[in-house]
Design a protein around this ligand. Structure first.
Ligand code: NAD
Length: 475
């Protein structure tokens, strides 16, 4: 693996780059590969190629663009076995989850490619015609995070290309490799310059966001970075789509059936080691089921195998990177210092690797850091409530509004609670049911704009209205 060369894709060609960044395997904490560190000149070249390719790509019939995006999806499926190995090594997730992620990226391409972009005729009468077209914006800079490097990147890439834009994709410096490999797979598929993949150190994101040759930034990452992206994009009035952080509440109603559903609830919180923007991050549990559910979740947490993603039977790999590991261990230390009660976990194993056991904290106060902040890791506060009124108010507190879930047998009661939650998506008796055909958008400081479905594709377009008075041509 260490001899494997990863190169950027610029103008349809491999660009190894002159400088490199190190990539760490989070299961060992050791550097195992290098990725190119894109220079300002290479970024200029990628943007120049994307601008040159734009007019022809925008003029390509939608059906042809759809076929090419479908073909991209098929390539991802065809190469899932090699991509999943790289993804596990750089991201940490178990091989089975890595394979699912690669296939999800492919599935998103195939599904989004089935969506047509409508042209609306607003008015067409004997005196006047008004039509509304949606036209592409130009060059899109797509910036992805490290938790689902490939899937979240291809949400953007597929939608932006379908709308007729050219795209420059930048993965996180912590997980660039699978994305670089995916870029290489597309080199002979798309016209040169239509889709480029660049990688680099922390400075590359700001360079891309500030560059006057970029028309839109589609960003997925933390709320803190999202603010910076918006600030920088303001100088050239770039369009932005921001998919940001969340501190998703799950409300467990009194009629929740613990035996049947505890497992689903556990994975709603701990899937991908809690490193999911829409993971359940605060569980509000009615007092009548609190003890039983806390017991069931504790049993599940203790039975889950944590270890290197390449090992058989492992369900949870390491935290993806040292900085995040330090943040999550900091939250554990903070809870310990404040005397919170740990139902399970709460200790920090000796290295190597950034491993943590799934940790449950028993009813910490609402102002505890583990409740008020997005943990983005395998530590979950269980919070007791007596009245649904109280649970809803507590769930709606804070700066985030990404997603939420409600769990209970009476679907009418659950729906009433869902109606009152301030979040872009509310799931009832399920979680993370994301789909290429369902719009996904955050409320409050969880984001601006929308991804997926037709609405997500239209985010990569501008209105173009054409009006013609039919009676005014008397010459
Ligand atoms: P991050 O904000 O640190 O980084 C995201 C990306 O932005 C990376 O590619 C990074 O290199 C780049 N970047 C960093 N600084 C930049 C700058 N100033 N200008 C432009 N780009 C810059 O996020 P992360 O740690 O990779 O991801 C975790 C966060 O992402 C969590 O908060 C999580 O909730 C959020 N997230 C949100 C969604 C969603 O769809 N809403 C999905 C996944 C993750």
């Amino acid at each position: 693996m260490s001899e494997q060369r990863f190169s950027m894709t610029i103008q349809g060609r491999a660009v190894p780059g002159n400088a490199t960044i190190d990539v760490v395997n989070p299961a060992t904490g050791l550097v195992f590969a290098q990725a190119p560190d894109c220079t300002a000149a290479e970024l200029d070249a990628a943007i120049g190629a994307a601008r040159a390719a734009f007019p022809a790509w925008a003029a390509t019939p939608l059906a042809e663009r759809q076929n090419l995006v479908r073909a991209m999806g098929q390539r991802l499926f065809a190469h899932a076995d090699e991509l999943k190995v790289t993804l596990t090594r750089e991201q940490g997730k178990p091989l089975g989850d890595a394979a699912s992620e690669v296939k999800a990226a492919g599935y998103w391409c195939l599904s989004l490619a089935g969506i047509d972009i409508p042209q609306t005729v607003l008015d067409d009468n004997p005196t006047r015609r008004v039509e509304i077209n949606r036209v592409p914006l130009g060059v899109v800079g797509a910036i992805a995070p490290w938790n689902f490097p490939l899937t979240l990147a291809f949400w953007k890439v597929a939608a932006a290309l379908l709308a007729g834009n050219t795209v420059i994709l930048k993965p996180s410096p912590l997980t660039p490799l699978t994305t670089l490999q995916a870029g290489a797979l597309m080199r002979d598929l798309l016209p040169p310059g239509v889709f480029s993949v660049i990688s680099g150190s922390d400075g590359l994101g700001p360079m891309l966001t500030a560059h006057p040759g970029i028309d839109k930034i589609s960003f997925t990452g933390s709320t803190e970075t999202g603010r910076k992206v918006m600030r920088t994009a303001a100088d050239t009035l770039k369009r932005v789509t921001l998919e940001l952080g969340g501190n998703d509440p799950a409300i467990i109603l009194p009629d929740f059936k613990v035996e049947a559903n505890a497992e689903a609830l556990f994975w709603a919180a701990f899937g991908n080691n809690g490193q999911i923007c829409v993971a359940a991050k605060r569980l509000y549990i009615h007092e009548s089921v609190y003890a039983k559910l806390a017991g069931a979740l504790t049993d599940i947490a203790r039975s889950v195998k944590v270890g290197p993603g390449e090992d058989e039977g492992v369900r949870l790999g390491p935290i993806q990177n040292k900085q995040q590991y330090d943040r999550v261990t900091g939250l554990i230390e903070d809870s310990r210092e404040h005397g919170h009660h740990f139902l399970t976990g709460g200790y920090i194993p000796q290295g190597p690797g950034y491993f943590l056991p799934p940790t449950l904290i028993d009813n910490p106060p609402d102002d505890a850091r583990i409740v008020a902040e997005e943990q983005f890791g395998p530590v979950l506060p269980l919070l007791r409530y007596a009245s649904v009124e109280d649970a809803v108010a507590r769930a709606n507190s804070g700066i985030y509004g990404l997603a939420a879930s409600v769990w209970g047998t009476d679907l009418h009661a659950a729906k009433q609670v869902a109606d009152r939650l301030d979040a872009g998506t509310v799931w009832i008796n399920e979680a993370q049911a994301l789909s290429p055909m369902i719009p996904f958008a955050g409320h409050k400081q969880s984001g601006i704009g929308v991804e997926n479905a037709l609405s997500g594709i239209l985010e990569y377009t501008a209105y173009k209205v054409i009006t013609v008075p039919k009676t005014a041509v008397a010459a």
